[in-house]
Design a protein. Structure first.
Length: 73
């Protein structure tokens, strides 16, 4: 093995599900908070924590408040 990560079919399906879920939620976030930019909501696998911290900061919400907000959209 060359040490590179090679996603299997299950990983690809999971990533597609996450991306689909996030695309739906980000559109609702942009409608609710018009000052949020597309760059603020850009999903990068492995960088979710950083994105959520930035969103929490911009919205003035704790991690838990932000998670609850996204789930209820």
């Amino acid at each position: 093995m060359d040490g590179k990560f090679r996603p299997n079919l299950k990983t690809k399906v999971m990533n597609n599900n996450v991306i689909g879920y996030w695309n739906e939620k980000k559109e609702k976030l942009k409608q609710k908070f018009q000052f949020i930019t597309e760059d603020d909501l850009l999903y990068h696998a492995g960088k979710e924590k950083e994105m959520m911290e930035l969103l929490g900061y911009k919205l003035g919400k704790s991690k838990e408040e932000l998670r609850n907000l996204i789930e209820t959209l």
